[in-house]
Design a protein around this ligand. Structure first.
Ligand code: NAD
Length: 384
């Protein structure tokens, strides 16, 4: 098959879906790899590197989409303003797409995909099973985001993270509170610990306590809700009553911490509000909140997307797509994940899809003009 790697057109996007070192892996199975000129530049991968790896460089998106039988991109398709066409309309009818297709983008994209009989695979719908771990883009990007969030907090905080014993006196370590200890939260805990901070964390899923403690952080005590996890490994949406109790427990910690990293999310839903404006007022002057859930509504009432807000002496930074700030490794991880998924779905060069396979069935969003993924089908019906 002819596999096309386009340049991402979403504003601010720096990552590329497939990096040069993965080109030979795809070619080994007999595929051709076409790369739009400049696709990897913002992630520090040149056209020459792609060429040396065996890819063909194509000038311009129109030519790439016209030729590719499979398009592998990072972001969900959107309108290409310079070509005045939606990226799905640039694709060949009946071709295949691998990209992010988060629920929020679906209403604007799904009809295009159905009309053009595109077989699409959404990286968000990889099942959370051991077999699919090497394909899990969400985990990869959460790893990058959790790491970078701590660096952003350190950048905005006017304090050292570690304990320092200097001739000018002893400086105590800062305290970092991490809310939500999934993939991003655990990486934030590990990064803050490496920088020498004292770390405390909370997550309503009971299994998380041990993971938090094994990283050397303190688990914040509060009552855990019942029936907290979906079969897919995600947290369920919590009742307002539970969230109120959780906010009270967090409020008791806020005056004592220097930085807060919030990562609490409920897949496909608004993120829970964990820090209200009144709670921010109680924090020490100079403290920092980095909210990784801002794109889904935010865990802090004051968060604004990618814009630091300074209020009551506290800096609140709502980070959207923060993984873009580490484009080399974010692209490398995505590249490995998506290539593994592609090779799993097209185990031979025949394009017969095996819908008995759990990974194929759950990642496939559209095929032959129909919605395949159950969750997406329900979401679209609810939107109507
Ligand atoms: P996520 O990004 O959807 O959510 C982040 C975290 O927010 C989760 O840990 C969730 O429990 C937490 N959260 C939700 N409501 C909260 C609240 N009110 N207060 C505080 N925290 C709240 O989730 P994620 O990080 O992508 O994944 C969650 C878990 O899924 C992982 O920790 C892991 O156990 C599991 N997982 C399994 C696999 C696999 O087996 N292949 C892959 C990835 C993740």
């Amino acid at each position: 098959m002819k596999i096309g790697i386009p340049k991402e057109i979403m504003e601010g996007e720096t990552r590329v879906s497939v990096i040069p070192s993965m080109v030979p892996v795809l070619k080994k199975d007999g595929h051709e790899v076409l790369v739009e000129s400049g696709a990897g530049v913002k992630a520090s991968f040149s056209d020459e590197q792609y060429k040396e790896a065996g890819a063909e460089i194509v000038k311009g998106a129109a030519d790439l989409y016209r030729t590719a039988e499979v398009v592998i991109k990072f972001q969900a398709p959107q309108k290409n303003t310079s070509l005045k066409k939606h990226e799905v309309d640039l694709m060949k009818e009946g071709s295949t797409l691998f990209s992010s297709l988060p629920p929020v983008t679906l209403p604007t994209v799904i009809q295009h995909l159905l009309d053009r009989k595109i077989t699409s695979f959404g990286m968000e719908y990889i099942p959370r099973i051991t077999k699919a771990q090497s394909m899990d883009v969400l985990s990869s990007m959460s790893t990058v985001a959790g790491y970078k969030a701590v660096l952003v907090a350190a950048y905005h905080l006017g304090k050292f993270f570690p304990l320092l014993m200097t001739a000018a006196g002893t400086i105590p370590p800062v305290t970092v509170l991490v809310l939500g200890a999934g993939v991003a939260g655990l990486q934030a805990i590990a990064t803050a610990k490496r920088l020498g901070a004292k770390v405390e964390a909370f997550d309503p899923r009971p299994a998380v306590r041990e993971q938090v403690e094994s990283l050397g952080a303190r688990f914040v005590e509060m009552e855990l809700p019942e029936d907290v996890e979906t079969t897919g490994g995600y947290a369920k949406e919590q009742s307002e009553e539970f969230l109120q109790k959780e906010r009270e427990a967090i409020a008791a910690r806020l005056p004592k911490v220097d930085a807060v990293i919030t990562t609490a999310q409920v897949f496909g839903k608004e993120s829970p509000l964990l820090i209200t404006e009144d709670m921010v007022k109680t924090m020490q002057r100079g403290s920092v909140i980095v909210d990784l859930a801002v794109a889904e509504g935010g865990n802090c009432e004051l968060s604004k997307s990618n814009e630091p807000v300074e209020k009551y002496g506290v800096t609140v930074f709502g980070a959207v797509n923060i993984a873009r700030q580490l484009p080399v490794h974010a692209s490398q991880m995505h590249s490995k994940n998506v290539t593994t998924l592609f090779k799993h779905i097209f185990q031979d060069t025949e394009s017969n899809l095996d819908f008995e396979d759990e990974i194929t069935k759950s990642t496939c969003v559209t095929h032959n003009g129909e919605i395949v993924n159950e969750m997406v089908r329900k979401f679209i019906e609810e939107e109507k």
